[in-house]
Write a protein of this length. Structure first.
Length: 304
């Protein structure tokens, strides 16, 4: 009965949050299954996505994309060109990706959600849509964890598809700890610049013009704050503590850094089967629970 309780726990955990992001760490890990599970259990919710472009097949592998299920009275953001029967257009928006429709299901329906724009634009639109509904469920995309830093709560989905050990490293990266208050206070107000603390002195540098200089100075610094996306090569050249805006600013799967904004990972959804192989769901869940003992581990399809 433990797995059933875990499925109930994740619903309880996200109940109090208005904006929940579901992030998939590899292809075919069951991310949309988790999104549908949340949408089916929360009334007056809206599903939107950061990754789809409204097409029926995945551009990477050509497989048919799973439909998002919305119950009667719930909402979704879809392409204004493909509005199926059973849903009603509430409002339309001209967005960077084209024209989209905010729709409400009049009966239980299946839709294809559509990407509206980048992370910040998606966040701003979701804030507006909360005037119409109680909860936004954001369907993340493979390789796009950036929405996690905007959400109040994050569910990470992993499984046997892809390299599980690498996915574990990605989860640990999302859980990177927050810089202490003293460091935060030295950065606040200069979040768009490089900030170095050198022998008690705070230096503010231009990230475009003085980036190389900042890397050289890091050998004498207590910490360096980098306001832009950083890769593994850059991290290896820095000789002091590194602080970034949030974990998604680091492209490497792992690295020693702290963040200004933590990612609130409330659950890890697992998919114990894939098109290539299957594993015992209990073994997979227990393995993850041994590593992430303070996070809810659940499988919405596993019923012991």
């Amino acid at each position: 009965m433990e797995a059933i309780k875990d499925r109930e726990k994740i619903l309880k955990a996200v109940e109090r949050y208005k904006k929940v992001s579901v992030v998939g760490l590899a292809k075919n890990v069951g991310k949309t299954t988790v999104v549908n599970y949340l949408a089916e259990n929360f009334l007056n919710s809206c599903v939107m996505t950061i990754g789809r472009d409204g097409e029926e097949k995945d551009v990477l592998d050509g497989a048919a994309k799973p439909q998002v299920r919305i119950k009667s009275g719930n909402f979704a953001v879809i392409s204004s060109k493909y509005v199926p029967r059973g849903v009603e257009i509430v409002e339309t928006f001209d967005v960077p990706s084209g024209k989209v429709a905010f729709v409400m299901a009049k009966i239980d329906s299946e839709v294809q959600t559509v990407r509206v724009g980048g992370f910040e634009f998606t966040n701003n639109l979701s804030n507006y849509l909360l005037e119409f509904c109680d909860k936004i469920i954001i369907d993340g995309a493979f390789g796009r964890t950036g929405m996690a830093s905007y959400a109040e709560a994050v569910i990470v989905v992993t499984g046997v598809a892809g390299d599980l050990s690498k996915n574990i490293l990605k989860i640990k990266k999302l859980l990177s700890r927050k810089a202490n208050r003293e460091i935060q206070e030295k950065i606040f107000g200069n979040e768009n610049f490089i900030v170095l603390s050198v022998k008690g002195n705070i230096l503010i540098l231009d990230p475009d013009e003085e980036f190389r200089k900042a890397l050289e100075m890091s050998k004498d610094a207590d910490f360096i704050y980098i306001p832009r996306v950083t890769d593994e090569s850059t991290l290896s050249r820095i000789k002091c503590k590194v602080v970034v805006p949030s974990a998604d600013f680091v492209l490497a799967d792992k690295g020693n850094f702290e963040v200004l904004k933590e990612t609130n990972v409330v659950g890890i959804g697992v998919n114990s089967s894939s098109t290539k192989n299957d594993v015992n769901p209990r073994i997979l869940m227990d393995e993850l629970k041994n590593i992430f003992d303070d996070i809810i581990i659940f499988d919405v399809l596993y019923d012991p």
